[in-house]
Write a protein that binds this ligand. Structure first.
Ligand code: SIN
Length: 285
């Protein structure tokens, strides 16, 4: 089905589309325009807008068209009127960037967010792109045998790897996943293959940033299968890469896409504002 109110230009053969003909600053976006944006979001997994000179009110208003905004934990909130506003900032002296590994946002929570809306305010002269990977395709391209093995399987997601990375200032080396697990203070369980509540399609739902192990297995026992899935999930043909401009906006679907922020602009400043839309508990059907 085509679009009447917006122009949708895919960014790759598998994921991502730029949307044209929309002014997100317009206070009363019509329902017909919104319905097409929502359809483009479901069809493309991540959508992008250019030249939207937004403040936090507009960012929050756009997010609320898709649901309730998810507040951040108190230690991440910034003073101001939005407890849901996440500041994603890399300073010139920083060696690490936020979102440095492939992940789906907040999968270590029992109810992860539906999606995130990221807005670019300050960018490095070059670099700082974001990559996205289609997790429907990641599932659909597995063998029937592997699908049968994974369907019904559950994994444990935790924040150990993040806390360890932040404490040590670098990504834990391969082979030390068990040690990273010891850092976790939050954890939950999710199906390895989840069903998208809106599209009904199945998507692979494990990620190297948050998935600690498979349920009822040790971290070491889980690693070979998880590592295979992490590699498979981000095959180049499942991805797109978005080149930001100041005033660009991205809205991605955490239920069927993973993303990664590229750390290739050391010595430069990058500042983004983000809000998250509340999700529902992942399920397998
Ligand atoms: C993130 O939300 O994981 C960060 C993405 C980015 O800064 O490009």
């Amino acid at each position: 089905m085509g679009y009447e109110h917006i122009e949708v230009r895919p960014l790759s053969g598998s994921i991502g589309a730029e949307i044209f003909g929309v002014d997100l600053l317009e206070e009363n976006m019509g329902d017909a325009v919104f319905a097409e944006i929502h359809r483009a979001f479901l069809e493309n997994l991540v959508i992008f807008f250019r030249d939207q000179n937004m403040d936090d009110d507009v960012l929050a208003r756009f997010g609320r068209r898709f649901g309730t905004l998810a507040p951040l934990p108190p230690h991440r909130q910034v003073p101001g009127k939005y407890p849901e506003l996440l500041i994603v900032e890399t300073k010139p002296e920083d060696k690490m960037v936020f979102g440095w590994e492939w992940h789906s946002d907040t999968s270590h929570l029992e109810t992860p967010t539906l999606g995130s809306i990221l807005y670019a305010k300050v960018l490095p002269p070059i670099g700082g792109d974001t990559m996205f990977a289609n997790q429907y395709l990641a599932y659909e391209t597995l063998s029937e045998g592997m699908k049968a093995l994974l369907d019904g399987m559950v994994s444990v997601h935790a924040n150990g790897r993040i806390l360890r990375t932040l404490a040590e200032g670098k990504t834990p080396p391969p082979g030390t996943e068990a040690a990273s697990a010891g850092w976790a203070n939050m954890s939950t369980e999710h199906p390895v293959v989840r069903t998208h509540p809106d599209t009904g399609r199945k998507a692979l739902y494990v990620n190297e940033m948050h998935t600690e192990r498979l349920k009822d297995m040790t971290v070491e026992e889980s690693q070979p299968l998880l590592q295979f899935l992490y590699n498979h999930a981000v095959r180049p043909e499942f991805t797109c890469r978005f080149k930001w401009e100041v005033n660009s906006v991205a809205f991605w679907d955490n239920r069927c896409a993973m993303h990664l922020a590229l750390n290739d602009y050391t010595g430069h400043h990058r500042l983004m504002h983000r809000v998250q839309v509340k999700g529902t508990k992942p399920f397998a059907a």
